[in-house]
Design a protein around this ligand. Structure first.
Ligand SMILES: Cc1cc2nc3c(=O)[nH]c(=O)nc-3n(C[C@H](O)[C@H](O)[C@H](O)COP(=O)(O)OP(=O)(O)OC[C@H]3O[C@@H](n4cnc5c(N)ncnc54)[C@H](O)[C@@H]3O)c2cc1C
Length: 474
């Protein structure tokens, strides 16, 4: 496979990053060539890991000059195939990784900012913030493996969006190496700076198609003095949304998270994830995991009072409030393990849609009816960040379904599901991005003028088309 690249190019890479920054061993490369769910398998002759932005710039200059595709890869936890290279002898592609750029450069507690390199694990950025008595609120199940650069490039969402926003809302400045090797030094920690186009926004959510992010300055927040977490049973998604409306009214900005878990999703976790158990009795059809963070000492009391009132009104059927950090972790483990449990359960067609909250129940009703008409023995798994109108709507297929049948069904059923979301004013890609998986849907469902502008931006920043080729656009 190294045949895709001449030895002289490899020598030039070696001269820039040294052998410590080059991976050519197939066994070491293999895990980087398959997507987390095993949906995409790729090919690349080498992974290059520069130690700093200057080395990254030199690598990109060589690639632009030699017309070699450059596929940035972070923790490779993305779910749309965006980080998987597809090298060929005609158009070689390399992987570039920020894994050696993993320093926290600065934590400015007074300014409530952290400047971290793109290869930092998300959990490392969270830990650095905590050490400085601050909160970096981005949180998702893959936080122990995904990298800040990947989070920014996918504009990751996660479980705290309803209070703190998506990654886009947390990024204040970026350092980026462009396709031609120039470097934008934009690590600003300013909350106000109206000096022309806000260029960092171009790279957030661009999935590595416009440049290689090497560092970022991100917003921090005060750490809540007390946190309360509860798992409650509700009758259906409509009841969950009503509960959410009341929670927003009663708890305001203290509400960090409001997650929906359907019966089937919970059962998958209980079956496939060792050490989990359902804290509620009676096998409820739907659960909500909610969390409140308070600047005062009494989050538990506030959430307890809210839930008691909700039980009295019949909005909540049952519930449990975490009494310790361990219990809180156990509740979150139920939610965070769903993707892992789905993976263990077998093959399925995954969706990552968002709709206005007012349309969630309608979406579920219509999408489920369509899916069962097309695949009569399908098992529907529903969970997601309900507070953001973002549902992960998965269709698990009978055991033994082969990959070819899966992919054929995936295309046709997903089109239906995405069309329902679009008709309800929603998105077919709420937080996981486009990658290769949803390029056809972007082409089909995006506003044509917006798509045209996206292509114009791509052509302006990467005229040779070397940055993450074949991603986003058909
Ligand atoms: C169990 C599980 C749970 C998840 N939960 C959530 C969730 O709640 N919310 C959510 O939004 N996502 C979630 N994800 C998806 C995934 O974790 C996020 O998309 C994450 O932000 C990807 O980060 P990564 O470092 O793994 O990036 P990768 O998968 O390596 O790459 C993702 C994209 O970013 C590009 N990229 C990576 N690094 C750079 C860089 N330095 N410069 C330029 N481009 C770069 C890649 O080319 C690719 O297009 C989940 C995934 C798993 C496996």
């Amino acid at each position: 496979m190294a045949d895709d690249l001449s030895s002289s190019v490899l020598d030039r890479f070696n001269a820039v990053v040294g052998s410590v920054g080059l991976v050519t061993d197939q066994e070491e490369l293999d895990p980087c060539l398959a997507e987390w769910r095993g949906l995409f398998h790729g090919r690349a002759p080498v992974l290059v890991a520069p130690a700093n932005k200057e080395e990254a710039a030199e690598i990109l200059s060589i690639c632009q000059h030699e017309r070699i595709g450059v596929v940035p890869q972070g923790g490779n936890t993305g779910l749309a195939g965006g980080a998987i290279p597809h090298s060929t002898p005609e158009f070689p592609q390399i992987l570039i990784s920020a894994r050696r750029m993993n320093r926290i450069r600065d934590l400015d507690a007074a300014n409530y900012t952290v400047t971290a390199e793109a290869g930092c694990l998300l959990s490392a950025v969270q830990a650095a913030a905590e050490e400085g008595d601050r909160l970096f609120p981005l949180s998702l199940a893959a936080e122990g493996s995904c990298q800040l650069g990947g989070n920014i490039s996918t504009n990751a969402g996660g479980t705290n969006v309803l209070r703190y926003g998506n990654t886009r809302d947390l990024v204040m400045g970026l350092e980026v190496v462009l396709a031609d090797g120039r470097i934008i030094d934009g690590l600003s920690g300013l909350r106000k700076d109206n000096t022309g186009y806000d260029l960092k926004q171009l790279f957030i959510g661009a999935e590595g198609t416009l440049g290689f992010i090497t560092a970022a300055t991100c917003k921090l927040f005060p750490r809540p003095r007390s946190v309360a977490t509860a798992l409650v049973a509700v009758s259906d998604p409509t009841a969950a949304i009503e509960l959410y409306g009341e929670a927003r009214r009663a708890l305001g900005d203290q509400l960090n998270a409001f997650e929906l878990i359907g019966r089937v999703a919970m059962d998958l976790v209980l079956t496939h994830i060792p050490g989990t158990s359902d804290p509620l009795s009676g096998s409820p059809d739907w659960y909500v995991l909610m969390e409140l963070g308070s600047a005062g000492p009494d989050a538990d009391a506030v959430l307890q009072a809210f839930l008691s009132a909700a039980i009295d009104k019949g909005r909540v059927q049952d519930g449990v409030l975490a009494q310790s950090g361990m219990q809180r972790d156990a509740l979150w483990r139920l939610r965070h393990s769903i993707s892992e449990a789905e993976k263990k359960a077998g093959v399925g067609i995954k969706h990552d849609i968002s709709v206005p909250l007012s349309a969630v129940a309608q979406f579920l009703e219509r999408a489920e009816a369509l899916a069962t008409r097309r695949i009569p023995d399908v098992v529907v798994v529903t969970f997601g960040h309900l507070g953001d109108g973002n549902l992960h709507f998965s269709l698990n297929l009978p055991a033994g379904t082969d990959a070819a049948t899966l992919m054929k069904l995936w295309d046709s059923v997903s089109r239906d599901v995405h069309t329902v979301a679009a008709e309800l004013g929603g998105s077919f890609s709420a937080e996981h991005g486009i990658g290769t998986l949803k390029r056809h849907e972007l082409q089909r469902l995006a506003d044509p003028v917006a798509l045209d502008l996206m292509r114009t931006i791509k052509a302006a920043l990467d005229p040779a088309g070397i940055m993450n080729p074949g991603k986003l656009f058909l």
